[in-house]
Write a protein that binds this ligand. Structure first.
Ligand SMILES: NC(=O)c1ccc[n+]([C@@H]2O[C@H](COP(=O)([O-])OP(=O)(O)OC[C@H]3O[C@@H](n4cnc5c(N)ncnc54)[C@H](O)[C@@H]3O)[C@@H](O)[C@H]2O)c1
Length: 395
């Protein structure tokens, strides 16, 4: 090793130490801001106030859900271990709702039974929205145990703590990946669930655990099976900011924006000979604003001793080619597209039948214009080039 190397290492260690220090300082100050003067508000019942625990609330969907709940006057506790989420998203929420008793953030790992029990012992919740999870299909095939642990085993801990502390309502984030490759479209809630990857299997196991548990419990439970989530807060306060190292695992919208920003050279579309109108895969893209609205409606309609299971999608399939065109228009960038052979394990068409949720909860997707959803998300992306990190915007 030469001196330059040693220097670089020393610099790197110093930077790492500084970053770790800043993150801990951020967590500490956020916790303090929640605790000072308001901790009792989270531990005692108050008439007319619904207290919701949002697990994974520093993540993409959880932060948008927390924002909506806060806007609707719920009292919100976010629990997150920041393994994938962003402290910056929690800070945005804290700044928007600084009053005592609105929002508290608890930094904890839901895989730690002591921490989970402490959270439920020291706070009073009327409902839990359980978003926290690792959530990449590809990664789940490489690290299946991580997925079974994080999704299945952690949810068991949350459910046990909820039962012990008599929390009345659970809204669970499930996924269309639990269906696997159904032969018949659209997918209804009655479509057989035969998941084909550890991510889908782990979520299906949770659904089974919940269903067994519910047979002998008063808990009101809603299981929402999301399709492909896109978009961000129309007012530009929150966005989707996955860790850079997860970009490769990422979703099509992230890849489109990365291509538009020049972080990657272009998009690779895998498979043009599927049995679909234009030969590319078809998916059902649901805007995150509609998705969180489905959660609020699920919470309002949850009934003791009942489990409601709902698809949350638009009911309309869009091809990858359509998506790429919408992304080009939304970003105004001429994204380079490379057409490759099929990727093993991808299925041709997946789209929902959302009629049950429309009928029973009065919910319908309103943001169904792909280009509009992508324009909203792109506005946040281009003004947050470092995600929730130090401010940098596109010229
Ligand atoms: N994004 C989608 O298209 C999609 C589709 C279907 C279902 N879902 C489900 O929605 C939920 C949220 O997904 P997302 O896209 O917002 O993911 P995300 O990675 O942005 O958010 C997940 C959050 O959970 C936190 N977390 C993970 N493990 C934790 C643990 N052990 N303890 C505490 N916190 C932990 C992460 O730090 C992160 O903030 C997940 O359950 C996912 O399976 C997402």
């Amino acid at each position: 090793m030469d001196f330059a190397d040693t220097d670089r290492k020393r610099n790197f260690s110093a930077r790492l130490f500084a970053a770790a220090f800043l993150v801990s300082l951020g967590i500490f100050s956020l916790r303090q801001s929640a605790i000072v003067g308001s901790s009792n508000l989270f531990s005692i019942p108050e008439s007319g106030v619904t207290r919701v625990l949002v697990t994974g609330g520093a993540g993409y969907i959880g932060s948008h859900a927390a924002l909506r709940l806060l806007k609707d006057s719920y009292r919100v506790t976010i629990v997150d271990n920041l393994s994938r989420g962003n402290l910056g998203a929690v800070k945005v929420l804290q700044e928007l709702f600084p009053e005592p008793g609105r929002l508290q953030f608890i930094y904890a790992d839901l895989g730690d039974p002591k921490a989970v029990n402490k959270i439920f012992r020291e706070n009073a919740f009327d409902a839990v929205m359980h978003f926290a999870a690792v959530a990449y299909v590809g990664e789940s095939t490489v690290e299946p145990l991580r997925y079974y642990h994080n999704i299945t085993s952690n949810t068991l801990l949350v459910l046990e703590a909820m039962a012990t502390h008599r929390v009345k309502t659970l809204i669970y984030s499930s996924t269309c990946a639990t269906y696997g490759e159904p032969k018949k479209m659209p997918i209804t809630e009655e479509t057989e669930q035969v998941p084909i990857n550890p991510y889908g299997k782990a979520k299906k196991m949770v659904e089974d655990i919940i269903l067994d548990f519910s047979k002998n419990s008063n808990m009101a439970i809603m299981i929402l099976r999301y399709f492909n989530v896109i978009g961000s807060d129309p007012e530009g306060r929150l966005g989707e900011a996955p860790r850079p190292e997860l970009r490769e695992q990422g979703r099509i919208s992230g890849a489109c924006f990365d291509a538009a920003r020049g972080i990657i050279s272009g998009l690779q579309v895998k498979g043009t000979d599927y049995n679909t109108a234009d030969g590319t895969c078809v998916r059902d893209y649901i805007d995150v604003t509609d998705l969180v609205d489905a959660h609020v409606k699920a919470l309002a309609n949850a009934k003791p001793r009942k489990v409601g299971i709902y698809n949350v999608g638009t009911g309309k399939g869009r091809s990858v080619k359509e998506f790429v065109l919408a992304c080009k228009k939304a970003t105004g960038k001429d994204i380079k597209v490379e057409y490759l052979d099929r990727r093993p394990g991808d299925y041709a068409e997946v789209y929902s039948d959302p009629s049950k949720i429309r009928r029973e909860l009065g919910w319908t997707a309103r943001y169904t214009d792909l280009q509009e959803s992508l324009e909203i998300a792109w506005r946040w992306q281009r003004s947050h080039l470092n995600g929730y990190g130090p401010h940098a915007a596109m010229g």
